[in-house]
Design a protein around this ligand. Structure first.
Ligand SMILES: NC(=O)c1ccc[n+]([C@@H]2O[C@H](COP(=O)([O-])OP(=O)(O)OC[C@H]3O[C@@H](n4cnc5c(N)ncnc54)[C@H](OP(=O)(O)O)[C@@H]3O)[C@@H](O)[C@H]2O)c1
Length: 353
């Protein structure tokens, strides 16, 4: 029996994780958390809001699935890694904002960091058991979101409703908007840098509109391995929760006779500047990725509330990065201070927008 704690149990990933746990006799739900929705009785131990450390301490899980959305997931990521407990990580924002601290915490704790993001799960699987020396680069795929093919002018008047209509994945609102702006792919480039220890120029992004190719790894001999499957998050969730067993799921095998399309396109960086801004933040290092994430969270919330146009999201993030301090954070307190400072800059930018 593997004891599992699910943080963010009421969300899109959290609910799919509960389904996976329910159907697998070897997985036992020992604790669950949410941000504000009531979850009484969902698990033997539950917590709504606040720091999940106490409930995790009591539950003694073998694996923690962090499916909280946003910077709010940082504390749980660092706590789990420090304690040497396996971390199934959906909350990419925590690895973006706290990448350096997370890498150190994992080294100290000695647990495993298992990606749940479908692209990183794909890369993880393509890399499994291979000598890092043989790896040339990784290629993260992006669906391109609902606005693929549009130019800047055509993006001027798009609404939150348009942005929330994702063509291939059904997800929570924040990541769905991030997919429409390609900020999500930017977060994933930084996530890949920290997960796989690769420099940014060896993490590429390509558009693959059907989301069937989840990512690729290029090797030094010219070969590339790709991971294929239907876009269904229960597969990477199950893989991470049952690693290294790769348990059976109810997902249909890929039907290769049904006219699958595997086309690839380059990213239009003029229409979708957030990918480039994320790369810049990652390369600048320190707390720039934290500032990128904070400004993006503020901007996406404002866009969803109708206070900022779609193209204003990238503008606000760029202004915030230009004004941010970016010095490295030595501990969680300094990171929280950097996150706060970036949020204040972004709110100030919003007020004059
Ligand atoms: N959805 C996907 O397919 C997908 C794919 C790859 C990666 N991810 C990543 O997985 C994470 C979750 O995404 P999602 O789509 O599942 O989001 P979601 O549907 O919006 O769910 C978010 C979850 O986080 C909880 N939460 C929100 N604020 C919190 C706080 N301050 N403290 C503690 N818990 C809080 C929510 O609780 P309440 O319901 O009580 O607010 C909810 O359970 C994100 O980092 C996302 O980037 C998602």
């Amino acid at each position: 029996m593997k004891r599992v704690a699910v943080l963010g149990s009421t969300g899109s990933i959290g609910r799919q994780a509960l389904e996976v746990i329910d159907r697998h006799p070897g997985l036992e739900l020992v604790a669950a958390s949410s941000g504000s929705q009531p979850i009484d009785g969902l698990a033997p131990l539950t917590q709504v809001g606040g720091n999940p450390a106490e409930v995790l301490e009591q539950a003694e899980p073998d694996v923690v699935l962090n499916a909280i959305v946003g910077f709010a997931g940082v504390t749980a990521t660092l706590w789990t890694l420090e304690h040497g407990i396996d971390l199934a990580l959906a909350n990419k924002e925590s690895l973006v904002a706290a990448g350096d601290l997370a890498v150190t915490a994992r080294e100290r704790g000695g647990g495993r960091l298992l990606p749940v993001d479908s692209e990183h799960s794909a890369v993880f699987q393509c890399l499994e058991g291979r000598d890092p020396e043989t790896v040339h680069s990784v290629v993260l795929t992006a669906s391109g979101g609902p606005f693929r093919g549009r130019n800047r002018e055509e993006l001027q008047d798009v609404t939150p409703e348009d942005a929330l209509a994702h063509p291939t994945w059904s997800m929570g609102p924040k990541i769905t908007v991030d997919s429409a702006t390609l900020a999500n792919k930017g977060l994933e480039v930084i996530e890949a840098h920290f997960l796989f220890g690769l420099p940014y120029d060896r993490v590429e992004v390509v558009i693959q509109p059907t989301s069937v190719v989840h990512s690729l790894v290029r090797f030094r001999d010219g070969a590339a391995l790709a991971h294929l499957g239907y876009p269904d998050m229960r597969v990477p969730i199950s893989y991470a929760l049952t690693f290294p067993e790769r348990a059976a799921t109810e997902i249909e095998p890929l039907d290769l006779s049904a006219g699958l399309r595997l086309d690839f396109e380059p990213v239009d960086s003029d229409a979708f500047p957030l990918l480039g801004l994320a790369r810049r933040a990652g390369e600048d290092g320190g707390t720039y990725p934290c500032a990128f994430n904070a400004a993006n969270e503020v901007a996406v919330a404002a866009f969803l509330e109708g206070r900022l146009p779609f193209l204003g999201i990238a503008e606000l993030v760029e202004e915030t990065l230009d004004a941010a301090d970016g010095s490295p954070a030595r501990d969680l307190d300094e990171l929280i201070a950097a996150d706060d400072a970036a949020r204040r800059l972004a709110h100030r930018g919003l007020a004059v927008a």
